[in-house]
Design a protein around this ligand. Sequence first.
Ligand code: NFS
Length: 641
Amino acid sequence: MANSRISVDPATIKAHDHAREREIPTVWERHEAMQPICAFGDLGLCCTICYMGPCRIDPFSKEDVGGACGAKKDTISARNFTRATAAGAAAHSDHGRGVCQVLLDAARGEAKDYQISDIEKLKTLAAELEIETENVSYADLAAQVARRFFDNFGQSEGYIDLIKRAPEGQQQRWKKAGVYPRAIDREVVECLHRTHIGVDADHRSLILQAVRCALADGWGGSMIATDVQDVLFGSPKPVRAKVNLGVLKQDQINVVVHGHEPLLSEMIVVASRDKEILDYAKSKGAVGITLSGICCTANEILMRQGYPVAGNFLQQELAISTGAVETMIVDVQCIMPGLTEVAGHFHTQVITTSEKARIPGAKHLQFEEHRALDFAKTILKSAIDNFPNRDAGKVDIPQEMMDLVAGFTAENTFHHLGGTFRSSYRPLNDGIMSGRLRGVVGVVGCNNVRIPHDSGHIALVEELLKHDVLVIQTGCSALACAKAGWLRPEAAKEKAGQGLREICETVGIPPVLHMGSCVDNSRILVACAEMVKEGGVGVDISQLPVAAAAPEAMSEKAVSIGLYAVASGITTFYSPAPRILGTPAVLDYLTKGMEKDFGACWVFEDDPIKAAHGIIEHLDRKREALKLDPMMYPVKISRSA
Ligand code: NFS
């Protein structure tokens, strides 16, 4: 396969070449072996829900045929879409539940290695939940907040609490459409119930339930995960760090954490600084320990601790194929089972730690939160013991590495725009109103092997920056642009249009702001709500000059994120489309009908430059509707860009 189809990142190309020379198949080779991809499945026209089938619908058939039960393509495709949303929402939200459990355990003194790191955030949250904060110990407050959030998962009455953070206009739309989310688990379960054979067969009704479930994710499970993690581990602050495979070190013990929940990785951070552990590492001939991350776990320890990032989703196997990783510690989500096969060619141990995720070929060490630090030390010791097994002849670490600044949040990000004296969203809104900034766009999501690694993120973001769009990022997308160097303040001079550059240089921020992991897309929702509150750029999220993009979407979580973004009023450019392209009715509702119900829609555009131009036009339409000033430094869209 040509390198241009692998990646736009030189480190990835080098590491992939190294794996290929050693005849180690990775995701690219496995994906190629899968060709041609089944078109029925790809178009969303394959139904595996009951055991009369699988049934598949011919997209070219003149007659409106159905599967064995009579379900036609609209039903089949909408059911598949709803199930994908439920799985994505479940993954984010179960993560949220896990951190709530640790908050409760820490408050009860049963998880002694954890503490409440951000007391102010705890108090603010408690007040928001109308929990009495006077004369209550922090431990008691934390326990009450945790229990209240637990209720948000399973309650039989009422609605999820944090949905009230949304502007009134958006809440009214949700109520009118009948999608105001009740309880997180309930919405996931209802998606599964409705999509069982013989229940809901109306595509719009199914998608509206998917919307309710996605909202329970974005304004519920994910938002709870973000807020409770901030309470436990501290709210991120801007921090400098390094990214790409070059962070792995030849003379050090390399431990890579991969997955999503920061509960264990935060403890590994603490353990990796422990003198006894460092001395033990030296006793085995290593200079020290390099702890780095892959995927969203990487984002978590990056933004709170400044730890280096080895790579994003498609680089997970390549980190191992450098031959320099002693141990990869994984928990949940986005962990390829193929890792252990790659590890089998080297001395690398893959260790699973979550009771929810075991991988054939990996060693399982069950993480125990009540003795978290001891557990972290045990795992590090086993990595150190593995160092002498490394075969120097097999080691090949690409040297590419880039500086970045991460650690922006809804609370601190736009406050930076105001400098020290004006801590509010006013300067951001003023920047937009005066035409210095065209708008704000969240570029988020995964890598997908169907698209050359990082190419979509890079092309789309580069084009947006030229046109004075402030870009905020999370997940693997943030890591793609970090590797390109755009999360450095200097990138404003190199990449941004004049208006954006002026703002970035005045405040000293990069033109692309790292806002965390994928559950932290909830920070983007809160930031949008804050922009509305500040005034002048729309009374509803759907009126703001904002948009979202996921140019290399891969996971079901990305479907849930895309859906809650759109339902929250943020038009979302998404590629590749979820499996609905074979169904005109579903496609029509997602790309047009949702606009009427929620004020925003999905746009499925595979060409990242065309997507960027679509976003720019969308922002300009929003600006026009609000009668904002013309852009101060207009740059013509070049169609050949
Ligand atoms: Ni998000 Fe994070 Fe990456 Fe995609 Fe996977 S790591 S939760 S799903 S692949 S951005």
